[in-house]
Design a protein around this ligand. Sequence first.
Ligand SMILES: NC(=O)c1ccc[n+]([C@@H]2O[C@H](COP(=O)([O-])OP(=O)(O)OC[C@H]3O[C@@H](n4cnc5c(N)ncnc54)[C@H](O)[C@@H]3O)[C@@H](O)[C@H]2O)c1
Length: 339
Amino acid sequence: MQKLNMELGERSYVITVGKGLLASADKYFDLQRKILVLTDDGVPKEYAKAIADKAKESKIITVPMGERSKSLETFGLVLCEMMNFEMGRSDALVAVGGGVVGDLGGFCASAYMRGIDFYNVPTTLLSQVDSSIGGKTAVNLGEIKNVVGAFHQPKGVLIDTDTLKTLPKRQISGGLAEAIKMAATSDAELFGKIEKEGFTEDNAEQIITAALKIKKAVVEEDERESGLRRILNFGHTLGHGIEACEELLGLYHGECVALGMIPMASGEARERILAVCKKVGLPMDYSYDLDRALSFVCHDKKCQSGTVGAIFVDEIGSFRIEKLSVSDFEKTVRAALGK
Ligand SMILES: NC(=O)c1ccc[n+]([C@@H]2O[C@H](COP(=O)([O-])OP(=O)(O)OC[C@H]3O[C@@H](n4cnc5c(N)ncnc54)[C@H](O)[C@@H]3O)[C@@H](O)[C@H]2O)c1
């Protein structure tokens, strides 16, 4: 078992990573109060139940799985459930699931009675290595992702690697793309480990902890994403464009990020990122519509200033940030891909 302390002054919290932790969740979270457990219908029911069973008084709310639950409508429904459950300011919400319920649950907790305690129990690899820490919570507005939200740090995060046993392989690969992203910019040793060993039950705790250490350091230095935190966006600018136009084909977020990293890396670093992504099962030969993906980047409502903070990796374990106009970003991507 590994413990990491997110050091954010009065908003500090402990992140615990290990096997079989769900059964003793009350050791890590204060559950001696009303607890609303938020999950989705794709998450095995026993995970939410394990938390609810340890609480003084609990209610499990299950939303439909998928990105569509990150909506203002579901946000309102969950808040109504919290009110009907007569939760007060000293009660807490626990999200049990992937990034969708984590982002939605965190936002509900941030808003209910101007903010109540929030705990996160991430059960996808993506949420375990990335989205469960850092305090970014949000819902989508129509097709625009994460545009309404709040910074609301959890009071604690419990990562039980046993929950990955039920996660489909493709979701594991998608989550690994985020770990590879962090290793590529910040930790050559972790990158080498994934290259050599891939992701297994035996190294899961080590890989997750190493990736979390990178994100933790970035969040501690830049809690509200004014600068350094942008390195977490390596591969994401083009990745979001690919995600937007390939949504109907159902490419996962991590798969799009993996494709989005390639033109932002150069030389040997690019070869290694490509090879490790292939090794862990990411569909790197997927031929997406680059013109459409780039047009989404140009028209991204979040990119209204007309500039992109582009993250480049020239050597594994380090990065370079360049502010580029959207048209220079497009030229750079096209030149890198020879298209
Ligand atoms: N807040 C942040 O900093 C941050 C960072 C990155 C991504 N995100 C957000 O995270 C979301 C994506 O998260 P995700 O990839 O975890 O997707 P997700 O939450 O949709 O989970 C993927 C699928 O796996 C199922 N599932 C979850 N745990 C399972 C388990 N243990 N066994 C079997 N099935 C399981 C879910 O029901 C769902 O169908 C996006 O909305 C993205 O915007 C947020």
